[in-house]
Design a protein around this ligand. Structure first.
Ligand code: PLP
Length: 424
């Protein structure tokens, strides 16, 4: 690969067509210009193979967006594609339970610590909502305390400060947001809504490590107060381990929601929990959907879990992410730029600080733009996949170095201007 991004004309042409017909334009909020610098990033991707993608104009990139998480093994990964093709010849959707549901559920129960009963859905949002519904039904309580993003459904998005159109205001009184590691905040919301908190739903591992036994304390605290702890494993599920982040942490939540990587890009998600909870609400909770047993996704999902079981997929992802993280951070230090790559190896995030210690959005855009121009495609999150090669990582690190140098020039000249204006 070379610095080969020449033109984005076809992409831009599709974009003007999209503006006429596609509501809100991007499929996921993160795909907007906030993470993909306008004019530098292609708007449309035509195809992918393993860790690489090609845009509509034929430019090739090493991709670390990975469909915003679902692509764990790589694009067009043979064993998964073959499973989908085999199933395609047999039919996609029928009116009875799919045998693939049983096979997938058995694998889930074998590997995921909290799993004894499984309900299949299609998106992370529905899996998270299903977990919340089960928790409310099981505890008979109303309030939910949530962490970061859990999808677009009303129960959770009502707690955000943007795009509140169509949300019933009364829903807001039952949903509360707390930051990861802020145990006091969780305690205080429990206190304010004493006896009426159904569940805490959080991502088990995000960027910062749990402090002061945060997750274990939270589980104990939930139980002491008659609430359930739900792990939103929509991103961490399968990416951190075949058994999810709960396996890595050695901490079993009451319920868990999985999505994204559950079928390496095919739409599949699920809610899972122990029989004691799931069976208790089985007759009360309505969780039925036409495509829950859709077979192409389940076939893909079974192939994914078998790959994770039989090959060192997670180890490889850890190694790639680990190398990217440590070498990038060393490089930033050596070049004297305030850039860091933080988080866990399977899910990393860039941070950029300006001279005042604030998040440097302009600098971030400059860095990303220099990367994408050189064929390295990065969004908010850096997701390594199983089929990123060592050469991909070498190339990426070289590009990071070049992009950091441009970033440094920008930061230095900005600081020079600032000091000029503040000098007396
Ligand atoms: C942690 C988490 N939960 C839930 C969701 C919602 O998943 P989906 O977009 O598949 O509905 C997301 C999506 O980014 C997520 O990151």
């Amino acid at each position: 690969m070379k610095n080969n991004i020449k033109k984005l004309d076809i992409s831009e042409e599709y974009w003007s067509r999209a503006e006429k017909t596609i509501f809100s334009l991007v499929q996921l909020y993160d795909e907007g210009s906030g993470s993909h610098v306008r004019g530098s990033y292609p708007r449309f991707i035509k195809r992918g193979k393993h860790g690489h993608i090609w845009d509509m104009d034929g430019n090739e990139y090493i991709d670390y967006d990975m469909g915003l998480g679902p692509i764990l093994l790589g694009y067009c990964y043979d064993p998964v594609d073959r499973a989908v093709m085999d199933q395609l010849g047999l039919g996609m959707e029928f009116s009875l339970v799919s045998p693939q549901e049983v096979e997938y559920a058995e694998l889930v129960c074998e590997h995921i610590p909290c799993a004894e009963k499984v309900r299949f859905l299609k998106t992370g949002s529905s899996a998270a909502e299903a977990a919340v519904r089960v928790a409310r039904a099981y505890t008979g309580k109303k309030h939910i305390i949530r962490g970061e993003y859990h999808g677009w459904h009303e129960w959770t998005i009502a707690a955000e400060g943007y795009r509140q159109g169509g949300i019933l205001p009364e829903v807001r009184q039952y949903i509360h947001t707390c930051r990861y590691n802020d145990f006091d905040a969780f305690e205080s919301i429990f206190e304010k809504n004493r006896g009426d908190v159904a569940a805490v739903i959080i991502e088990p591992l995000i960027i910062d490590e749990p402090q002061n036994n945060f997750l274990h304390n939270l589980l104990d605290f939930c139980h002491a107060n008659g609430a359930l702890l739900i792990f939103d494993e929509v991103v961490t599920g399968f990416r951190f381990d075949i058994g999810g982040a709960q396996k890595v942490l050695g901490l079993t939540p009451d319920l868990a929601a999985f999505g994204k990587a559950a079928a390496n890009g095919m739409p599949l998600s699920f809610v899972t929990g122990p029989k004691e909870i799931m069976d208790a609400v089985d007759k009360d909770v309505y969780l039925f959907t036409t495509f829950g047993g859709e077979r192409l996704s389940l076939a893909a999902g079974i192939a994914v879990i078998k790959e994770l079981r039989d090959k060192a997929v997670n180890e490889r992802i850890m190694a790639i992410g680990g190398r990217l993280k440590s070498e990038t951070n060393k490089m930033a230090e050596r070049l004297g730029v305030n850039i860091s790559l933080r988080g866990y190896a399977p899910r990393l995030m860039f941070f950029f600080k300006d001279s005042g210690g604030n998040y440097d959005f302009n600098g971030k855009n400059i860095f990303l733009q220099e990367c994408v121009k050189r064929g390295v495609f990065i969004g908010w999150t850096v997701f390594p996949c199983y089929t990123h090669t060592d050469q991909d990582v070498d190339y990426t690190l070289n590009v990071f170095e070049e992009a950091m140098k441009v970033y440094k020039n920008h930061a230095d000249s900005l600081n020079a201007w600032k000091s000029l204006f503040t000098r007396r």
